[in-house]
Design a protein around this ligand. Sequence first.
Ligand code: PMV
Length: 332
Amino acid sequence: MKQAATAVAPSNIAFVKYWGVRDAALTLPYNESISMNLDACSTTTTVTFDSSLNTDEVAIQWYGQPARPTAGRPYERVVAQLDRVRVRAGIQARASVVSANNFPADAGIASSAAGFAALTLAAASAAGLQLAERELSILTRQSGSGSACRSIPDGFVHWLNDGTDAGSYAVSVAPAGQWPIVDIVAVVDTSIKRVTSADNHVRVTSSPYFGVRLQEVPDRIKQTLRAIRDRDLSTLGAVCEADAVSLHVVAMTAVPPTFYWNSGTMAVVHALHRWRDEGLMAYFTMDAGANVHVICADADKADVDQRLRELPEVQWTIVNGPARGAYLVDPL
Ligand code: PMV
């Protein structure tokens, strides 16, 4: 028996971020988050359940590189997610997983969001599961890459959270066409080391500022929902920057601390302040890394992109518009 399906899923950038896991087994976050799917950073994954296989096989291909078999912890995480799908579908067959990213491995873009969203949709479909979007988002969240659940719905996405497994899923708050804004990734660090978020999600409570962050987030969620509805870039920008700084303050004051930013990060932040003084509306946010995501209007993207590329600290950029969520395509 052979059953295959192929899915494409975008990466996403959070305006209000998920930082801290209350229940690591179920990947239940402490707080809600809001993101935008990214149209230039996606993963395409084919899952084939094949009863002639003795073991799961996983190969990942990065942009510009040949496909490589995956081993160790990344392999185990994929197998654990396949197991969740097998249990649900009542099947035993092992699977072959082939996954391709359209962005380079050293871009510092969280690939796990796109990767686990595409894996979950392809595996569920190949296993014959008919899941509603909410169920698919919950199953994707359970992969351990929480932010991946936000890559399932379309456009601008709200990860709801009532503290329960059934109440922690992502919904679209607006389609991709709602608002022509872009996220320009300014790459200032290409080291592959990647401090995994997993340890830091657990460590958050050791920071004295984590409680402060949790008190601030609900208001940021409200403001971000309003900003998306009203296409209010100055409000979105202020919230994005405040939330990113708060996440990094928590990381820097946790035990042990993590300092993600480097001098290139600060060079971009200072440049944005200078450009804003000149009237250019462009704002920063950073995930668990040094690279800066610059949010601005689509109409300003050529100008902002050129300015960013002229900074000596910026190695290259990736310009992303809003994107639809994960979808199935014909098997490769
Ligand atoms: O989903 P994870 O475990 O890769 O964690 C994502 C953490 C951030 O990217 C920093 C924030 C977010 O909400 O995407």
